[in-house]
Design a protein around this ligand. Structure first.
Ligand SMILES: [Zn+2]
Length: 74
């Protein structure tokens, strides 16, 4: 299973909000009271903040100079 970020979680929502959340670091998600927490999407749209947070890729070390040595033998 590939999780984009450690904070990405299963969809949850709050009855008082128009969106569902998928990231535990979302400010709006954090404001949800425990008693109003609902699991699922609730027929709502995805929270943009969560989508943004989830899209933030983990630090990946990519070296531009690193290449596979291709042995080209004719
Ligand atoms: Zn959110």
């Amino acid at each position: 299973m590939n999780s984009a970020t450690p904070f990405q979680v299963a969809p949850f929502y709050c009855l008082q909000q128009l969106v569902y959340h998928t990231n535990s670091q979302c400010p709006q998600a954090k404001s949800i009271l425990h008693t109003q927490h609902r699991v699922g999407m609730g027929g709502k749209v995805a929270c943009l903040s969560c989508r943004h947070l989830n899209r933030r890729k983990p630090l990946k070390k990519s070296r531009p100079g690193q290449r596979l040595n291709q042995l080209v033998s004719s």
